[in-house]
Write a protein that binds this ligand. Structure first.
Ligand code: URA
Length: 441
């Protein structure tokens, strides 16, 4: 087999076989295929597309290019939840203890934030002492004993994806549904869960900005997962404004804790309830959505989920007293309220810009190597649909680095669109994609 022939075949818009895709991925990850040929291959895929059969073969080949984690020593059906990322998305921190307290084993490998989006590991590390590094024995023992553990992704999984993603980044071939879905799913599948729940974000702060693209991505990932023998479903959910009110690492952890105390923001609480209910269905703990929601509300009301969070924090070396005493988190030295410059209804809040503001204040990374200020961020006071008076607080900025405060403040104010006419709140759930159907709400 020659890589030249594989490139030519895709260039001529023909379907590639499993053997050809395996040959390409194996050759590229071992360094036998040079970047210039891999670039030509990627551009041919980008222009002529891959069908779902080819996309599944590509995912499988990339999954097998690194370690495939074996979670079989953990009892029960392991369900993983994956969000395509957004602003204020602290879902895992509330959701994982909810489902763990209902007996679902959560063995989660999470990532760090980059650009305007945050990462679960950074958020958890804002808890004093919390350690995201553990060997596989401790990881598996923790899930068996407490039903919950979250660690960093090992560098060994899906090695071909790491290399190809870097090449896509410099060859203008990132934005292709087959390439994105195979890239996300090969890592999810390598992480070993039996079933996968995807939260595909849509809107300004999401990777996918339009509903059509978000549904296409959801459909492709759901098909890949099911083709690979893992039950997979996806929800398409809003990311046109930040999720909840808090953006920034410790601020988001506090909001997740408040949610487990029953005082969370309406949108965030509802999203957690819905996602948790689908995780319970995938884990075969409940038969239907209504039973799932009932169980979820019960463990929030009776504080089992909150106690599970404490257990989880303690087991990973963190100070679980933060749950009852927020003063144990590092606090920013500057906390400044930002006032509205006009009265009216809030029509939109550009999520991406809010994420960038938080990044400018120190809560996010512009480049992978950047250090974070885990206490920095923004707490919104108003969301889409709310009325605001001129001079009323729109949000509060928390920061230690003062140099770029004015830039962040101006960007923050400009991210709000305020109008005279009444505005409805944003829809939270746009639809669900399963193996058999796409339901749009
Ligand atoms: N995230 C990934 O892991 N891969 C992509 O291609 C895009 C987003």
């Amino acid at each position: 087999m020659r890589v030249y022939d594989i490139i030519r075949k895709k260039r001529d818009n023909k379907e590639l076989s499993k053997e050809e895709i395996d040959f390409f991925i194996d050759g590229y990850s071992k360094g036998n295929i040079p970047d210039y040929q891999a670039s030509a291959f990627l551009m041919a895929v980008f222009l002529n597309k891959m069908n779902i059969k080819e996309t599944t073969y590509l995912t499988n080949a990339m999954m097998n290019s690194g370690e495939v984690i074996d979670l079989s020593k953990i009892d029960g059906i392991k369900v993983d939840k994956h969000s395509t990322g957004g602003v204020g998305d602290k879902t895992t921190i509330a959701l994982a203890p909810i489902v763990a307290s209902l007996g679902v084993p959560v063995a989660k490998m999470s990532g760090r934030g980059l650009g305007h989006t945050g990462g679960t590991l950074d958020k958890l590390e804002s808890i004093p002492g919390f350690n995201i590094e553990m060997d596989s024995k401790k990881f598996i023992d923790s899930v068996n004993e407490y039903k919950i553990a979250v660690c960093g992704q090992t560098g060994e999984i899906a090695l071909a994806d790491k290399k190809l993603y870097a090449l896509r980044d410099v060859t203008a071939t990132v934005e292709d549904i087959s390439l994105i879905s195979s890239s996300i799913m090969c890592k999810k599948l390598a992480s070993g869960a039996n079933s996968i729940l995807l939260d595909v974000k849509t809107g300004d702060g999401a990777f996918m900005k339009t509903l059509d693209d978000s549904f296409s991505l959801a459909k492709s990932m759901v098909d890949i997962g099911n083709n690979m023998g893992r039950e997979t479903i996806a929800l398409v959910t809003d990311m046109s404004e930040p999720l909840g009110y808090s953006v920034g690492n410790s601020l988001e952890v506090i909001e997740a804790i408040e949610t487990l105390k029953g005082n969370g923001p309406k949108d965030f609480t509802y999203l957690c309830e819905i996602l948790a209910s689908y995780m319970l269905i995938l884990a075969k703990v409940v038969d239907d959505f209504d039973e799932g929601i009932k169980n979820v509300r019960e463990v929030i009301n009776n504080k089992s989920a909150l106690n599970k969070l404490k257990e989880f924090i303690k087991n990973q070396g963190g100070d679980e007293r933060v749950v009852d005493d927020y003063s144990l988190f590092d606090k920013a030295s500057n906390i400044v309220e930002i006032k509205s410059v006009k009265s009216g209804y809030i029509k939109s809040i550009k999520a991406e810009d809010i994420g960038i503001c938080a990044m400018i204040l120190g809560a996010g990374r512009e480049k992978k190597e950047d250090n974070l200020d885990l206490s920095a961020g923004i707490v919104l006071n108003k969301k889409v649909g709310d009325y605001v008076l001129e001079g009323e607080t729109l949000g509060t900025m928390h920061f230690n680095k003062t140099e770029k405060f004015e830039i962040a403040r101006d960007k923050f104010i400009n991210s709000y669109e305020i109008v005279d006419e009444k505005v409805n709140q944003n829809k939270l759930i746009y639809g669900i994609v399963t193996k058999d159907e796409i339901k749009k709400y």
